[in-house]
Design a protein around this ligand. Structure first.
Ligand SMILES: Cc1cc2nc3c(=O)[nH]c(=O)nc-3n(C[C@H](O)[C@H](O)[C@H](O)COP(=O)(O)O)c2cc1C
Length: 414
């Protein structure tokens, strides 16, 4: 018995000596790596221990979220809102006790105005469908005010696209495909789809990267494809295209997008053929004629004067020439990955651009002709006055982990 214990202690002490020795050897190894490298000042000045800074910075995000952040502190969704959504998604009671913890003393805090005489259950009426493209051969009567905004297949993984598309079918709302093409996972759910055409024309491009009428016609022939959206810009990165790195161009992605597998693919900053307002309207008309379906465009508003110029051009050409909808993204909108200065500073936030766009459409008597789709957090007052609301964050943040950790750049959302 004693000999057995002796062997165990001897074994454990050798193990301890080995672990301590390994730790010292690793420390020495990284010491020399750090003092000889020229990439990081911190690691060069503080070899080995400087590495902990990056570790703690990384872990801090999780610690803040779980231990230190107050219920209403985080962006874009705080804990109170998140747990409300979690409970609602699980069918658990969403009631809370002891009144609101929301900070509503800031200027601009939104409030919905209640009626003195509330509506009885039996007095509720169904919402009126929104008619897009009254002049098209196949107009679209959208049943839902809230819909799912564009996120590319590839930026989103297969399960995420499938979950969103199935959810849209159940909820009776539309889903925008994003610029990454229309995958079978969008199509097989049977939900209404708005096909987005990005600057690389993924999914509807010929072998030279130009718009393929044949592919457009084939997509438009599918009954659940309801509308087409030309993407001019998005809030997270106005004026910036992107590069899809070669290692992300798998056989499947290449097939969906119409590009060569294993080769990097570039989305230009602009549609090469859309150089001004006239050519934008020409493109809208071209796509609408080929597809027979409502066609509009998405942008983040930069210059308010341009909306007036657009309206003047539409009026001079005739109201039929108008885009069937304009999707206005907020400058602070999200994306898979974008440069922070563009996210933070470029373009108008929806609180500024929505009134501008709506007022201009009214001024030119085009409000009933052009529907506005607006992106912004659902609790934001901006949504009032919008033709329809598109949400990415509220649709996504229950299904994915990334908003909680805000870690998704360069990866597909799970
Ligand atoms: C992962 C991801 C992918 C996106 N892909 C696209 C896209 O392909 N095309 C596009 O126009 N917008 C894209 N967006 C932007 C959203 O459509 C939307 O404009 C933006 O997230 C603002 O809405 P939010 O305030 O609900 O986040 C993407 C956003 C995310 C998070």
């Amino acid at each position: 018995m004693e000999t057995g214990l002796h062997y165990i202690f001897a074994y454990l002490s050798y193990l301890l000596i080995f672990i301590v020795g390994l730790a010292i050897a690793t420390g020495i190894f990284f010491y020399f790596v750090d003092v000889t490298q020229t990439q990081s000042t911190i690691r060069r000045n503080y070899p080995v221990i400087g590495r902990f800074r990056y570790l703690f910075e990384h872990l801090g995000e999780f610690f803040r979220q779980y231990f230190f952040a107050m219920d209403r502190e985080e962006m874009p969704f705080n804990r109170a809102l998140r747990s409300w959504v979690y409970r609602a998604a699980k069918g658990v009671s969403t009631n809370v006790a002891f009144g609101s913890t929301r900070l509503d003393d800031r200027v601009g805090s939104p409030h919905f105005m209640n009626s003195v005489f509330a509506v009885l259950e039996e007095e509720k009426s169904p919402s009126t469908p929104i008619l897009f493209g009254p002049h098209c051969p196949s107009p679209y009567e959208a049943p839902s005010f809230f819909n799912i905004s564009g996120m590319s297949y590839g930026a989103l993984s297969r399960p995420a696209v499938t979950a969103l598309a199935n959810g849209a079918a159940k909820a009776g709302c539309w889903m925008n495909t994003g610029e990454g093409g229309t995958s079978q996972f969008h199509l097989q759910s049977g939900c209404d789809l708005v096909v987005q055409i990005g600057t690389a024309k993924y999914g509807v491009r010929d072998e030279h990267g130009k718009l393929s009428e044949e592919k457009l016609r084939a997509l438009a022939a599918r009954p659940n494809v309801k509308m087409f959206e030309i993407k001019l810009s998005q809030g997270a990165k106005p004026g910036k295209g992107g590069i899809l790195p070669a290692d992300k161009v798998t056989e499947e992605i290449a097939e969906i997008r119409g590009i060569k597998p294993g080769e990097a693919s570039i989305s230009p900053n602009r549609h090469p053929e859309i150089v001004d307002t006239a050519s934008l309207l020409d493109m809208v008309e071209h796509i609408r004629r080929i597809t027979g379906k409502p066609t509009g465009f998405k942008l983040v508003v930069g210059s308010p004067e341009w909306i007036a110029e657009l309206c003047q051009t539409v009026v001079s050409r005739g109201v039929e020439s108008a885009p069937d909808f304009i999707t206005v993204d907020s400058a602070d909108g999200g994306t898979g990955a974008a440069p922070q200065p563009l996210m933070d500073y470029v373009g108008l936030p929806l609180r500024e651009s929505l009134p501008l766009v709506v007022d201009t459409l009214y001024k030119y008597s085009l409000k009933d002709r052009i529907w506005g789709n607006f992106f912004r957090q659902i609790d934001h007052p901006c949504i009032c006055g919008a033709g329809a609301g598109n949400r990415r964050r509220c649709c996504g943040f229950r299904a994915w982990f990334y908003v909680r950790a805000r870690l998704c750049a360069g990866l597909a959302m799970p």
